[in-house]
Design a protein around this ligand. Structure first.
Ligand code: LLP
Length: 415
């Protein structure tokens, strides 16, 4: 079988050429995450331009990749932040993102987190249940403040994505029904401690079909019209995140079609659009580099054992997610192999049944599209230090997070 890997590599785009990756490895070893900041800029600008015709704010979803350097970079592009914990809010602020561009979402917020969000004066809190609304009201009252809120409405639409990352159906734990949302808005309007200023929906992640988003936006826009008729002043129309990317060769949504569908749905409404993209901004901008330890055959099945593992990049193990694997080696002949890590679990793999050339100790594999939900979901399982992270900008390599060493791993433990 012919090796198409070398040809695939330029799909990494711009600065992440093999030479740069090899230089990064020389300096910082493997396993390693490398991010292309120029590509992040390009993705951010694409989305920003697509919504250009309307008032809009892009609130980057930190959960996809919350490295402070990436956040600082996005802040320099004027991005806001979608946060799901006090930790993420603090990260956004530390990167310089002003509180008026920060929104706070999540299905279970702690009292302290709500308190801090109100005290910090963030743009609004996305509320996910009546119970939570009452809690926020109580905390705001105790603080003698008014909490700006938006309600996450579950439009009950199938997003046609992986069930683990689908959130817009009634059977999911996220948001409230249209009927409940109405009652919550009326309650908020009548409260001294709550100010309802937004409406929110997010139906899932890695969305590659426009129709479910379009349908949801129309449903939520129609609810917005009826709220405005009730003199509830909705200023922000928060469409969530979820825009899918290409991992293999799947067709996904063009940002202009996406924006157009949203703009069509909100015709007649004077609202600022808020969008919460994570994966779209950073997913294809990152690559995970791992080194081959050795190859082995078990009953004629080929395994390529590498130094990266499920604790570094859990998406294949957790969702059976596909990440393209490219060998930084120019050999013509390839055969099928499973790329597996050293962790003691059968589920520890990075790729299954992929065509790769014969590999030797020290050869490098690039696992593509690892910029989103890669490092941010990594762990210390098997007492493995988390990887170093590198940013590349204008062809220059910069360390943006050191590799964790043994001392880092045991620092908080007491004997
Ligand atoms: N807004 C809300 C309310 C969300 O729940 C999420 C993602 C986003 C925005 C950003 O979604 P994105 O634009 O990145 O698709 N770990 C999974 C993805 C989980 C997504 C959770 N919520 C994965 O690796 O595929």
């Amino acid at each position: 079988m012919k090796n198409t890997n070398a040809k695939n590599l330029p799909r990494l785009n711009g600065n992440l050429e093999p030479q740069i990756l090899k230089e990064a490895i020389k300096q910082f070893k493997t396993p390693l995450f490398v991010y292309d900041l120029d590509r992040i800029t390009k993705r951010y600008n694409e989305l920003k331009e697509a919504f250009g015709g309307r008032k809009n704010l892009i609130c980057y979803a930190l959960k996809a990749n919350s490295n402070l350097n990436i956040l600082k970079h996005l802040h320099s592009l004027e991005s806001g932040a979608d946060c799901v914990s006090l930790g993420e809010i603090k990260r956004a602020l530390k990167a310089g993102i002003p509180s008026y561009k920060i929104i706070y979402s999540g299905v279970g917020k702690q009292d302290l987190e709500i308190q801090e969000a109100i005290n910090l004066g963030i743009l609004f809190i996305n509320v996910e249940s009546f119970e939570e609304l009452l809690r926020i009201e109580l905390i705001a009252k105790q603080l003698n403040k008014t909490a700006r809120i938006s309600i996450r409405v579950n439009p009950n639409i199938d997003p046609q994505t992986h069930p683990y990352i689908s959130t817009g159906l009634q059977e999911n734990k996220f948001g409230v029904s249209i009927e409940d949302a109405k009652a919550m808005y009326i309650h908020s309007k009548n409260s001294q401690s709550l100010e309802p200023i937004g409406i929110h929906f997010h139906i899932g992640s890695q969305l590659t079909k426009l129709q479910p988003i379009e349908e949801s936006a129309r449903k939520i826009a129609s609810l917005t019209h009826s709220l405005i008729a009730l003199k509830i002043d909705i200023k922000f129309f928060d469409i969530g995140g979820g825009l899918g990317i290409t991992y293999n060769d799947e067709e996904t949504i063009n940002p202009y079609d996406y924006a157009q569908a949203i703009l069509d749905s909100i015709r007649g409404l004077d609202v600022t659009i808020i969008c919460e993209p994570g994966r779209y901004i950073v997913g294809n901008s990152g690559v995970f580099l791992t080194q081959v330890l050795y190859e082995k055959n078990n009953s004629n099945k080929r395994f390529t054992i590498v130094d990266g593992a499920m604790n570094d990049l859990i998406r294949p193990s957790l969702y059976n997610a596909y990440h393209k694997v490219v060998a930084l080696k120019d050999l013509e002949e390839t055969s099928a192999t499973d790329v597996v890590g050293p962790v003691c679990e059968s589920g520890d793999y990075l790729a299954k049944n992929v065509l790769l050339p014969k590999l030797e100790h020290g050869d490098i594999l690039a696992i593509l599209s690892a910029g989103a939900y890669g490092f941010s979901m990594s762990s210390n399982y098997n007492t493995r230090g988390r990887c170093a992270e590198i940013a590349v900008k204008n062809g220059e390599i910069k360390l943006i997070r050191k590799r964790e060493n043994f001392e880092d791993l045991i620092r908080l433990e007491e004997i």
